[in-house]
Design a binder for this molecule. Structure first.
Ligand SMILES: Cc1cc2nc3c(=O)[nH]c(=O)nc-3n(C[C@H](O)[C@H](O)[C@H](O)COP(=O)(O)OP(=O)(O)OC[C@H]3O[C@@H](n4cnc5c(N)ncnc54)[C@H](O)[C@@H]3O)c2cc1C
Length: 594
């Protein structure tokens, strides 16, 4: 494998035995994650699981080594915008570090993550992949590199939008490039919505579209354009004379190059100097009569784009989960490898509590990522119930997982001590990247309002969530009845509270709390359901312990003056921080212990 620097070799812990804690260098992120394997075995048909596993194993190894090194370099050597070529022609181009190019080659060329759910035949599988399988690749790749996660996802989203709403001529022209794994033919995608006037309030956008024969000319300015030099961009603009607000907004496809090979009539004015995702170019773009093509019905532009936004929100949830898993691995490596006051960190009670918090949020997010991906797969197969479930799960996952990632990555950084704050270790980059998840594709407030006002208030999608969670509780007979009853009651309370909040405009300020409760209860039920399945597969019921911890620490209000930790909780931590499988009888007793 081509080595871009000697960095990884120089930092292996063997160079400094016992002095500083090791990091995750050289770890295989697939092999280090038995929960991922378990959930894949639950959610994928057996033949597909057997097909993807060797590929995930390979990606897991690369993500823990070579790709991680590329990510570190690409984060340091950020993209640079050039206005002219060396012959003095006014041709704009962005220069990327070779490490970023290598990340692109792996994601788009070798694994084809962007094309998996659109094009048949990727990695030798004769069909397209279910979203649950694709996001296993997203999850592993993003543990190394989060910045490129955006271009992968928007390329996927553009292809889906085009195949769903584009006319035949447009598809014939652009679909192949968006789903190519041959790097010389690949045309990456972009999604430009945000303007200075409005990111959340997209209906205020001022970019104007004027018809000219078979195409439209666009004038205006886009304020946040990730993957700024994308060859195929989906964007929103207001056709001349259309009404105000989101109803008057159309969806357009904008190619970077015109038929004669010249650049389309828009300029990248500058690149943003960002806190995180520094490897990837986000720019400001001036549209100066750019040639574009209408996609789908002009008066449905916003609704159509919302499909891309929703699948990006799921992707965001998965990517934030990836950051948490990486942070979790790092924290465990430190806790097991560093000795303080004569003891390993992992053996100290207060540190164990911190590790459990990191683990809990990570596992919740992993479970709900799979639940949401599975709902999307079933919705696309035609299930109305799954479509309703998806409507509420997507913003709920996006809201809580992206927020938890900020805290988890910060806590893992602190576990490494002062050196965790230094850019030489991945922890600083993880923390910077983690802060983006809850901003793009809808800030925390916007997605919480989406879950409460739209999904619950307008669509009544809470009924689908309640039905799904109850069905899962019926479907895990090996889990103690008393725990399932408790979860059933809490599910009903969380749904009831969400309805109450959604019912009145003056309850709006409670939307975030209500969304968090839905998330926590849904994850506690899902963890219990998974524990039954995993126990059947390989005799390990420990995920049920996480279900109890979710209820104890994230749902139930505790008395701050009560000593919270008891012997049951200490035993739970021992089991979860250890590696031994534990059967349902022992786990069941612990879950029901006071
Ligand atoms: C690195 C990066 C890359 C990005 N890439 C892209 C891209 O490729 N394409 C793209 O289109 N956009 C992109 N964005 C833009 C991003 O999606 C927007 O910044 C985001 O949606 C917020 O919009 P805004 O910046 O206009 O903030 P505003 O909408 O002005 O929000 C400001 C604050 O007001 C709050 N707020 C807004 N409405 C409400 C409400 N009703 N109730 C309560 N609070 C509210 C928000 O939660 C937020 O805290 C990117 C942003 C970043 C940081």
């Amino acid at each position: 494998m081509h080595q871009l620097s000697q960095y990884a070799a120089a930092t292996t812990p063997a160079d400094q035995p016992g002095l500083l804690a090791p990091d995750t260098s050289g770890m295989n992120f697939y092999r280090a994650d038995p929960a991922l394997t378990d959930l894949l075995r639950i959610h994928l048909p057996d033949a597909l699981f057997r097909h993807v596993e060797p590929h995930l194993d390979r990606l897991g190894g690369l993500a823990g080594g070579h790709l991680d090194e590329c990510a570190r370099l690409a984060d340091r050597h950020v993209p640079e915008l050039h206005q002219r070529d060396r012959f003095g022609r006014d041709v704009q181009w962005i220069e990327y570090h070779p490490a970023y190019r290598e990340l692109e080659r792996a994601a788009f060329g070798e694994f084809g993550i962007h094309a998996m759910s659109v094009r048949k035949g990727i990695l030798g599988w004769p069909e397209t992949y279910p979203v649950a399988a694709k996001h296993a690749f997203t999850f592993l790749f993003n543990q190394a590199e989060f910045g490129l996660g955006c271009p992968i996802n928007v390329t996927d989203g553009c292809a889906k939008l085009l195949s769903r709403f584009g006319d035949d001529a447009l598809k014939a022209r652009y679909l192949d490039g968006l789903t190519q794994t041959d790097m010389s033919k690949l045309t990456q995608g972009g999604q430009f919505m945000t303007e200075k006037e409005g990111g959340s309030d997209v209906g205020k956008l001022t970019t104007a579209a004027v018809r000219e024969g078979d195409h439209w000319r666009l004038s205006g300015e886009k304020w946040f354009c990730s993957n700024a030099d994308a060859e195929v961009v989906m964007l929103l603009a207001r056709p001349q004379g259309a009404e105000a607000g989101t109803r008057g907004v159309g969806l357009f496809l904008m190619p970077r190059r015109l038929d004669d090979g010249s650049q389309n009539h828009y300029r990248i004015v500058r690149l943003k100097d960002k806190l995180g995702t520094r490897s990837m170019a986000s720019g400001e773009i001036k549209l100066e009569g750019a040639i574009t093509y209408a996609v789908g019905r002009l008066d449905r532009g916003f609704v159509q784009m919302a499909e891309m936004v929703n699948s990006s929100r799921l992707s965001n949830g998965v990517k934030s989960t990836a950051l948490m898993r990486r942070a979790h691995h790092d924290a465990m490596a430190v806790a097991q490898g560093r000795v303080v006051f004569g003891q390993r960190i992992i053996d100290l009670p207060l540190a164990r509590r911190q590790l459990m918090k990191i683990m809990l949020a990570t596992e919740q997010a992993l479970s709900l990522s799979f639940l949401t991906a599975d709902a999307l797969d079933r919705a696309e197969a035609g299930s109305q119930d799954a479509a309703a479930l998806l409507r509420i799960l997507t913003p709920t996952l996006k809201f809580r997982a992206t927020r938890d990632a900020r805290k988890v990555c910060g806590d893992a950084l602190e576990m490494r001590g002062g050196i965790g704050y230094v850019e030489e270790f991945a922890t600083a980059r993880l923390l910077r990247d983690a802060h983006l998840g809850s901003i793009w594709e809808g800030t925390g407030n916007i997605v919480a309002l989406d879950a409460l006002k739209r999904a619950v208030g307008r669509h009544g999608a809470d009924a689908a969530l309640a039905a799904d969670l109850h069905a899962r509780l019926d479907d895990c007979a090996s889990v103690p009845q008393a725990w399932r009853d408790r979860l059933r009651a809490l599910t009903d309370r969380a749904i009831g509270f969400a309805r109450e909040v959604a019912a009145r405009a003056d309850n709006e300020a409670e939307s975030r709390r209500a969304t968090s409760l839905l998330y926590h209860v849904a994850s506690a039920v899902t963890l219990a359901w998974e524990s039954g399945r995993i126990h059947d597969m390989r005799g390990d019921a420990r995920r049920l312990l996480l279900s109890r911890l979710v209820i104890d620490h994230r749902v139930t209000a505790s008395d701050p003056f009560r000593l919270a930790e008891n012997s049951a909780e200490r035993t739970i931590a021992d089991h979860l921080l250890g590696e031994r499988a534990v059967g349902m009888a022992e786990v069941g007793e612990l879950v029901l212990a006071a």
